[in-house]
Write a protein that binds this ligand. Structure first.
Ligand code: ADP
Ligand code: MG
Length: 627
């Protein structure tokens, strides 16, 4: 009799029952798919044996489309219908997109708060849909090679991608009918590709210099778990800039004086790219240019090239320095450096990285493929082919999250670069006597004033029992889940009254905005602190004045002499006279003076109130309801 075999869920019986899993590097310039076959990770080629798929989709009049090399070939002749660098548009609103300026030549259609559509010859198309087409093209090639349906994929995203950008990437996978096992950050994937997850614990730097973007990430491996400690970089720095430097060198060396046409310059950039790539393996390259009236013949040596790109390489090292500082580590703490991106094939780049980190970077895996390779390894584990291995990979918040407090100040609850998932609670209190509602305003950013941060959500907590100012205890809880989604709840702790909001911005901030918000917080740090202490002083002063006025109104007659009333009145007046000025120290001093002047009054009120409260009550009444 045949027995039925039962295995643990997800555990494979034999090699034939293995599940098909793939890792996808959905890149700005190029995309790749990789898979683990017979224990070996490989990127998968198309029919012609090409592994890199240009991340380009071209739409045709009849509603069909082409993806990859064929689409890229039409980029020059049909720019309006050929979508390049779609990744820069994912999860973006129309405002974000318009800041990309002439980087993208498309006609956008506003969709009322959502992601804008792009008008192509066959009608409007969303960036998500276009990304789905790229994913589909990759998965088709994989299913052909692996001879069957893919059970699950891991898709990589930049570590700084926010909630909306991640959501857009997931949506693209849903449209492509893929089972997403996980979104994985690109630097983490690169570290996994080198097997650093099973190596010694410590800090890893991932230096990713591509065609148009530079990303630096610091990770910490701790008990088998990767945490992203910090991210940084420059969304407008890459191999294209090296090409431009060479193009400009040629124009100067050729003594070309007239205005160069756009078409000529594009042609020159393409030529320059070839010279640059050749210089990665040669000491010099013969430069020959024949573009209309621009003619040149000469030689570019590696040394000259290195000088041309030195300021650009330097810029990337400066960003590394910032990221190391943000991570709260010393450069000497970095145990491993991983190189990612085609531009890390330039020897001068490798040298600069090696010098700054004082260690030989890991570069044995093709820097174009390393991210897809790591994603495939992770996909293979997550799909259940290696049940004894488990990895938990963490991400990081790009900006601080906080609340608006009195006077338009921000109170940070979770600091930027905190790893997610995370939850943090903080207690707040009421500002006025008898206050029964509280407005919770959730903001994102580094600045001290709410107006300089980005507003994420507002909601009200109602039903707070009336108490004196400062007596109510409101617990506010911030929770960010593994996919970067924030929810905030507020609870009045004595009654348990609760209000809650899920924060799901329709589209997020782009990297430049994040950067400029950070930049602004550094630049304005001094004035922000001044503004903060002034506002705090005012809020404090007003609260004290209101409390004293309220007390005078109810108890002055019974508890104070006319002289005493006069004295307190003067003190209030003095404080009010400086309240609108900018001298926070004066406001603080006079607030303190007013408090002192009313100490005795407060003590008498306390006595009187206790007597009043006890009068006519049996002591045991106060025990009721406490059991
Ligand atoms: P992205 O991350 O933007 O998708 P890639 O990582 O594919 O881009 O890197 C593309 C860049 O790498 C281009 O600027 C290309 O010229 C450059 N590159 C590729 N191979 C070499 C090489 N051998 N030497 C120097 N640069 C190279
Ligand atoms: Mg890349």
């Amino acid at each position: 009799m045949a027995l039925l075999q039962i295995t643990e869920p997800g555990q494979a019986l034999d090699p034939h029952a293995r599940k098909r899993a793939a890792g996808i590097d959905l890149g700005t310039t190029n995309s790749l798919i990789a898979s683990v076959r017979a224990g070996v990770v490989q990127t998968l080629p198309d029919d012609r044996g090409v592994h890199l798929l240009p991340s380009v989709v071209r739409y045709l009049e009849d509603g069909s489309y082409v993806v990859g090399e064929e689409a890229l070939a039409a980029a020059k002749s049909d720019p309006a219908n050929t979508l390049l660098s779609i990744k820069r548009l994912m999860g973006r609103g129309i405002k974000d997109v318009s800041t990309l300026g002439d980087q993208v030549p498309y006609e956008f259609i506003d969709t009322d708060g959502g992601m804008p559509l792009i008008n192509v010859v066959s009608g409007p198309v969303s960036p998500v849909k276009a990304s789905a087409s790229i994913l589909q093209s990759l998965v088709h090639r994989a299913e052909k090679i692996l001879a069957g349906k893919i059970d699950g994929v891991v898709i990589t995203v930049p570590a700084y991608f926010d909630d909306a950008q991640r959501q857009a990437t997931k949506d693209a996978a849903t449209i492509a009918e893929l089972n997403v096992l996980r979104l994985l950050s690109e630097p983490t994937a690169a570290a996994v590709a080198y097997g650093l997850d099973s190596g010694e614990e410590g800090v890893i730097a991932v230096y990713d210099l591509g065609g148009g973007t530079f990303d630096i990430s610091l990770l910490r491996l701790n008990r088998g778990v990767f945490e992203v400690l910090s991210t940084g970089g420059d969304s407008a720095l890459g191999g294209d800039d090296f090409d431009r430097a060479i193009a400009e060198w040629i124009i100067e060396a050729a003594g070309y004086e007239s205005q160069i046409s756009q078409a000529q310059f594009r042609g020159l950039m393409l030529e320059a790219r070839g010279f640059k790539e050749s210089l990665s393996d040669n000491a010099s390259v013969a430069v020959q240019i024949d573009l209309e009236d621009l003619q040149f013949e000469g030689e570019l040596s590696k040394n000259e090239f290195n000088q041309l790109i030195a300021p650009l390489v330097d810029k990337s090292i400066k960003a590394c320095r910032r990221a190391v500082r943000d991570a709260g580590v010393d450069v000497g703490d970095v145990n491993n450096v991983v190189l990612v991106g085609g531009s890390t094939r330039v020897p001068a780049v490798v040298d600069a990285v090696a010098e700054y980190f004082d260690s030989r970077p890991l570069d044995s895996i093709d820097p174009d493929r390393v991210v897809a390779v790591g994603a495939a390894i992770q996909a293979n584990v997550l799909v259940g082919n290696k049940p004894d291995e488990e990895m938990l990979l963490l991400d990081v918040l790009p900006l601080s999250l906080g609340l608006e407090t009195m006077g338009g100040l921000t109170e940070k609850i979770i600091d930027r670069n905190t790893t997610i998932p995370v939850s943090k609670a903080q207690e707040f209190t009421t500002y006025k006597d008898g206050q029964t509602a509280m407005l919770i305003h959730v903001v994102q950013g580094e600045r001290e004033l709410v107006d300089d941060c980005r507003s994420l959500a507002r909601f009200e907590l109602r039903g707070i029992p009336p108490m004196v100012a400062g007596a109510a205890k409101i617990g506010v809880l911030f929770q960010v889940d593994a996919d970067g989604l924030l929810s905030v709840s507020a609870t009045e702790l004595s009654t348990g009254v609760e209000a809650k909001v899920e924060v799901k911005p329709s589209y997020g901030l782009n990297e430049d905005e994040i950067k400029s918000m950070l930049q602004a917080s550094f630049e304005h740090a001094r004035e922000d602190i001044d503004a903060r202490s002034l506002t705090e002083a005012r809020v404090d002063a007003v609260r004290v004045i209101e409390a004293v006025r309220g007390a005078l109104k109810s108890d002055a007659e019974n508890l104070l002499s006319p002289d005493e009333i006069d004295e307190i009145g003067k003190s209030i007046h003095q404080l009010e006279s400086v309240l609108d000025g900018a001298d926070s120290v004066a406001i603080q001093d006079l607030t303190r003076a007013l408090s002192l002047a009313t100490d005795e009054f407060a003590a008498r009120r306390m006595d009187a109130n206790v007597k009043l409260a006890l009068a006519g009550h049996e002591i045991n009444e106060f025990d009721k309801g406490q059991g």
